[in-house]
Design a protein around this ligand. Structure first.
Ligand SMILES: Nc1nc2c(c(=O)[nH]1)N[C@H]1C(S)=C(S)[C@@H](COP(=O)(O)O)O[C@H]1N2
Ligand SMILES: [Mo]
Length: 319
């Protein structure tokens, strides 16, 4: 069965079951047909598009109007250092990543520590399609239609206590499927962190899919974050553990180079990375190497929604 109706989903009590997810080749074929029919560019605007492609997701008012990158670019130009440091490594090498069974452990400063399986995660809250800008610290950006729901929906189930001031995210470490782990470029597993208010912010998305389908391995299957006002590396992929902490966690990138990667890492065109200017960016795939670069926006264009979390903070010091 390729397309599930709402009635069918209701009868079985779930919005989707892993066995009913469209096999990749069929999905690719449908994508090509959609592209040929000219429907591709209108994806974000079509309420039925995500449902027809595999996941039942309603379009979110928090989407940006920017045109999403073609799926091909978003799935072949990636950073996922567990598979290597080249942009082509993740899509060439992530195929062996085991994404089923998969559980996420919630622990630390919370009243209800628990382990949740991926199938339950897929039905925990209504799925939304959110078109977000992703700005990589290396100076490129992409627009991606994610499918997921606010991370807060998951976090509140663990009932964080008053001591929970920060949240730590740990990515999977599968020695036999992740060739990049053999390189000491980062201290594994990949660890990221947020302040609790950032983690609970309605823009912070727990991502389970993109382009209307489940996440491809190279994009962080089966679940990752999308934090559109922060540099891309804050959006940890293939998460297995979420820990509530009293102190800020030490992140992998801070360990690797604390003067280059700050804990906050909010997109800020006025604070440069030592090796890359953050004032401008190249949008993939629209901006070629010869086109003029476009200006990077404060908080990546999400200033109205997030600036109040940082009032009174010196953003040069807390970069
Ligand atoms: N576990 C893990 N998460 C990660 C990374 C990584 O190397 N390992 N790379 C980050 C970086 S630098 C970016 S820009 C985004 C890229 O996400 P995308 O491949 O879906 O575009 O993932 C982030 N999440
Ligand atoms: Mo990045």
């Amino acid at each position: 069965m390729l397309i599930r109706t709402d009635a069918q989903a209701q009868r079985s009590g779930t919005s989707i079951a892993p066995s009913e997810i469209t096999p990749r080749p069929i999905y690719e074929q449908r994508r090509r047909w959609l592209a040929a029919a000219g429907a591709f560019g209108a994806l974000a605007a079509l309420p039925q598009a995500a449902a027809a492609a595999g996941l039942n997701a309603r379009p979110s008012p928090l989407s940006v109007p920017d045109k999403p990158a073609p799926q091909k670019d978003a799935t072949t130009y990636n950073n996922f250092y567990e598979f290597g440091t080249d942009k082509s490594d993740p899509h060439e090498l992530a195929g062996r990543l085991r994404t089923r069974p998969w559980t996420v452990r919630l622990e630390g400063a919370c009243a209800k520590p628990q382990t949740i399986g991926i199938d339950e995660l897929l039905t925990l809250a209504p799925l939304e399609e959110r078109v977000y800008r992703l700005r990589c610290v290396e100076g490129w950006s992409m627009v991606i239609p994610w499918v997921g729901y606010p991370l807060a929906e998951l976090l509140k189930r663990a009932q964080p206590t008053a001591a929970a001031k920060f949240v730590e995210f740990t990515s999977a470490q599968q020695a036999d499927t992740m060739p990049g782990l053999r390189s000491r470029v980062l201290d594994w597993p990949y660890i990221e962190g947020l302040r609790i208010d950032e983690a609970m912010h309605p823009l912070t998305l727990l991502v389970l899919g993109m382009y209307g389908d489940l996440l491809p391995n190279q994009n962080g299957a089966p679940l990752r974050l999308a934090l559109p006002w922060k540099y891309g590396f804050k959006s940890a992929k293939s998460i297995v553990r979420i820990r509530f902490l009293e102190q800020a966690p030490m992140t992998s990138w801070m360990k690797a180079a604390a003067h280059e990667y700050g804990f906050y890492s909010n997109v800020n065109p006025t604070v440069d990375h030592p090796r890359w200017s953050q004032a401008t960016e190249r949008r993939i795939p629209d901006d070629g190497f010869l086109s003029p670069k476009r200006k990077t926006l404060m908080f990546n264009g999400y200033e109205a929604q997030v600036a109040s979390m940082y009032t009174g903070m010196d953003l040069r010091k807390f970069f």
